[in-house]
Design a protein around this ligand. Structure first.
Ligand SMILES: *Cc1c(COP(=O)(O)O)cnc(C)c1O
Ligand SMILES: [Zn+2]
Length: 406
């Protein structure tokens, strides 16, 4: 007998002005320009399901279906996403003075990044609402993921990415049948071009412009709490571009708290950005509630090369309200952390994931972390998706039959 399926979604709410919007039709932004957030009947969820029931369910993100927007099981498009492992990084953590360091490894997801979570839920809900064609600007991973899920759902996709986006994401998008364009510019330029497709009737699934990508990414927070035995770690460290993942994790923690499934102090949420593109870090340090665009964004951690985001105020609120902080790390520190973690643990993180490791080391040095904490960092993608960084040493070559050097 299939397990029962229901979603407790009731409506959408503007994250800024609080106005209610109808969740039964496609929606983008509120008239005030702010993203919309999905709201659920949490009393109903609490009355129909308990944490222990989840243990019986499939090992994917649809185990949280009551807290997701997809009403019909038949509309849940899946490539097996979710329930990524949380791994101790004891040796690496010890080396930087944070032995309680854990990584949630999102590199194992379909399409090789956590963008699969947002795409699975966003595409599923889009199809459920009758949308047939989606479009987005992307730094690579989102386009690859949405193109893949769109293909599986039978939707058309149109993806625009800057020329610097990792090459493999072009191949992924193209193989999945997306109409793919590469713009000789930055993500903002890609956005302006994707907006033309929206004018032609393609539904915009750009970051935070539709409400359900956050819901997919929210499942990272749900999983962290479930996997740790229905409790939160002391600190969660997240490589932040548009901030969808951090907003989602914060939303997950609030919903779990409202349900009574999570008690105890809230984890402190930490935003990590690259020094070459750190609008949210600068805004955090300036005490500001919004983040003006970063003038000349530059980092090889493409997923966080985002000069401005519609969700700035939500990210900054999540960090401040949990007693967290925001840290910018230089590209060379990201590279060093990536190499050190791979050598110590055998885990090749993506640059964005490595940025969180560099940030943890920095927070330990500054004393913000005492070293006693349990810290979960998000490795948001597989290091295997990225080209070798410039200057990677070439291993010695040997002629066939050569003698092995000492
Ligand atoms: C998109 C992306 C990020 C940033 O994601 P947001 O949730 O939008 O901040 C981080 N890492 C990787 C690998 C990404 O692809
Ligand atoms: Zn509004």
């Amino acid at each position: 007998m299939p397990e029962p399926w229901h979603s407790a979604l009731t409506h959408l709410e503007c994250a800024r002005c609080g106005i209610r919007h109808d969740a039964s039709v496609p929606q983008n932004l509120c008239a005030c320009g702010s993203p919309l957030l999905a709201r659920y009947d949490l009393e109903r969820v609490g009355a129909t399901v308990a944490p222990a029931d989840l243990a019986e369910r499939g090992q994917d993100l649809w185990r949280y279906r009551e807290l997701l927007p997809v009403a019909g099981r038949e509309n849940a498009i899946t490539l097996g996403e979710g329930m990524t492992p949380i791994l101790p990084l004891a040796r690496y953590g010890h080396g930087i003075g944070v032995p309680g360091l854990l990584v949630k490894d999102e590199g194992l997801l379909p399409t090789g990044s956590f963008k699969a979570r947002g795409a699975a839920v966003g595409v599923s809900r889009a199809r459920e609402l009758g949308i047939e064609a989606i479009t987005m600007p992307t730094n690579g991973n989102a386009g690859a993921a949405w193109a893949a899920y769109a293909a599986r759902a039978g939707l058309r996709s149109l993806v625009v990415m800057p020329e610097d986006a990792p090459r493999i994401t072009r191949m992924e998008s193209a193989l999945a049948g997306a109409r793919l364009y590469v713009v000789d510019g930055l993500i903002g330029d890609a956005g302006a071009i994707a907006a033309q497709a929206v004018a032609d009737g393609w539904f915009s699934t750009a970051t935070l412009r539709e409400p359900y990508r956050v819901e997919g990414k929210k499942t990272m927070g749900l999983e962290i709490v479930e996997q740790l035995g229905w409790r939160a770690p002391d600190v969660i460290v997240y490589p932040t571009g548009g901030g969808v993942g951090l907003i989602g994790i914060h939303k997950a923690l609030e919903e779990l708290r409202a349900l009574g499934w999570l008690t105890g102090p809230a984890p402190r949420l930490v935003v990590v950005q690259a020094a070459g593109c750190a609008p949210l870090v600068r805004a955090f340090e300036a005490g500001s509630s919004t983040a003006p665009p970063w003038p000349d964004p530059r980092t090889f951690a493409y997923g966080v090369n985002v000069a401005s985001t519609l969700g700035d105020f939500l990210v900054l609120d999540a960090v401040r309200s949990t007693g967290g902080t925001a840290v910018a790390v230089a590209d060379e520190d990201i590279l060093a952390a990536q190499a050190a973690c791979a050598a110590a643990e055998g885990l090749v993180t993506c640059p964005e994931g490595a940025a969180t490791l560099a940030a943890v080391a920095r927070l330990r040095e500054s004393g913000w972390l005492t070293g006693e904490e349990e810290v979960v960092v998000l490795n948001t993608g597989s290091g295997l998706k990225y080209p070798p960084p410039a200057g990677s040493p070439e291993p010695p070559h040997l002629a066939p039959g050569a003698t092995l050097p000492d």
